[in-house]
Design a protein around this ligand. Structure first.
Ligand SMILES: Cc1cc2nc3c(=O)[nH]c(=O)nc-3n(C[C@H](O)[C@H](O)[C@H](O)COP(=O)(O)OP(=O)(O)OC[C@H]3O[C@@H](n4cnc5c(N)ncnc54)[C@H](O)[C@@H]3O)c2cc1C
Length: 381
């Protein structure tokens, strides 16, 4: 056993029997939350490739927790705080890791999704602080969130990417109103968020004034890397559901080759994600995560469609009321297919992923459009 593995094994033994929140807090304090973070920030200052060793020992002990306990907090906000946050703001990392504070991402608006740099929510200076007004939408988990990370416009006269500033929003502050949106599965995972005269202190600003696009880029690249690059056990997840559905519906030999093709594609993607995780640079994810995100979205939709087709007419039967009442019907092929429709939209659409890959990975010419130095206030909307 290497030194790190032994250290994790000792940690597991020392925290045996602790309740979940205490164990996660102890994991952060031991530097085993994100080993590439500095000591005191949930890490040990090691290379990011060493996290796999930690996770292997935790997994063998049944102690590896999914990032999905706080997807936006762990997947996006923590990396952004490490790059752009002040030392005081990094104190928020521990409750993010333990999921004591659920976070949401306040980016998309009714008039700005793919073109997120075109957003209109305003933050205006008011004495020592700021006042935020606007509307966000599709905000996952806003109904459960303690904090949100909002992208706002602070300088309408500047080019759209240059006039943005990021703020930490207290979701319990006066002026924050959350209205659930129901999706086609029957669930209500995302929301509209109305920000009416929300007062924000200047020390809740993340990064410099006018530097919000850099914060957004860190968050979005992290989001794509997490969505595309999460690595489960071989044969687990959606493909396990498809294999189980194939067996349950009579193991049709006519569709066996198709199932094997999907299984192989899932395994190739899993190995690509594993390689990406191991070789990712210290500075965090780059545009390459967009490739994994694109591939995963399309593959999960193919798998879900395959399983749905195996059901035949039974695939038309769906109990949305049960989902409303009890939450996601994980493992149900019909729910999985309905849910999979979101994968090519959430976290940036597949069209946008292709543009990022074209421009930033392959070096193709930029998309045509207005010159990047056009002031936001002069862009037609
Ligand atoms: C399940 C789910 C959860 C989400 N959670 C969050 C969240 O927590 N926080 C948050 O801020 N947002 C969230 N979103 C919003 C998501 O980021 C946006 O829906 C997405 O970026 C697309 O924006 P839009 O819906 O405005 O579509 P639009 O940008 O209006 O796109 C409409 C269509 O036009 C295409 N299109 C647009 N621009 C281009 C272009 N330049 N080139 C080629 N095609 C283009 C798109 O691909 C799409 O097909 C979530 C969305 C979903 C589905």
């Amino acid at each position: 056993m290497t030194g790190l593995r032994q250290y994790v094994a000792d940690f597991v033994r020392d925290t045996e029997g602790a309740d979940r929140a205490t164990a996660l807090g102890a994991q952060f304090d031991a530097g085993l939350a994100w080993v590439h973070h500095p000591e005191g920030a949930g890490g040990l200052g090691l290379g990011p490739d060493r996290q796999a060793e930690v996770d292997a020992v935790l997994s063998a002990a049944g102690r590896l927790e999914s990032w999905e306990r706080n997807p936006m907090g762990i997947g996006m906000v923590a990396p952004a705080l490490m790059v752009h946050g002040t030392p005081a703001q990094r104190a928020l990392l521990r409750p993010i890791f333990t999921a004591e504070h659920i976070w949401c991402q306040l980016f998309s608006e009714p008039g700005a999704g793919s073109d997120i740099a075109g957003l209109a929510t305003r933050a205006v200076r008011d004495g020592e602080g700021w006042v935020v007004d606007g509307q966000k939408t599709w905000t996952s988990l806003a109904h459960a969130a303690r904090f949100g990370l909002a992208l706002t416009r602070t300088d309408p006269g500047a080019p759209k990417h240059a006039g943005l500033t990021a703020f930490l929003i207290d979701m319990h502050a006066p002026g924050v109103r959350v209205r659930p949106l129901r999706d086609l599965t029957g669930g209500a995972h995302f929301n509209e968020v109305f920000l009416d005269g929300v007062r924000v202190a200047d020390d809740a600003r993340i990064g410099g004034v006018g530097e919000g696009w850099a914060v957004a880029t860190t968050m979005l690249a992290s989001e794509r890397a997490v969505i595309g690059g999460s690595v489960g056990e071989r044969g687990s997840g959606a493909i396990a559901m498809a294999v189980e559905t194939w067996r349950r519906t009579g193991s049709d030999p006519g569709r066996r080759a198709e199932l094997i093709r999907l299984w192989v594609d899932a395994e190739v993607l899993r190995l690509a994600a594993l390689r990406d995780q191991r070789t990712r640079a210290e500075g965090g994810p780059g545009p390459g995560g967009s490739g994994l995100k694109l591939r995963r979205a399309l593959l999960e939709q193919r798998i879900a469609r395959f399983a749905l087709e195996l059901l035949g007419p039974a695939g038309l039967v769906y109990d949305a009321d049960a989902v409303r009442a009890n939450g996601p019907a994980e493992g149900d092929p019909v729910w999985t297919w309905l849910q999979s429709q979101a994968y090519t939209i959430a976290g940036g659409t597949s069209d946008v992923m292709r543009t990022i890959i074209g421009e930033r990975v392959l070096g193709l010419p930029r998309e045509p459009g207005l010159p990047r130095d056009t002031p936001w206030s002069q862009i037609p909307r």
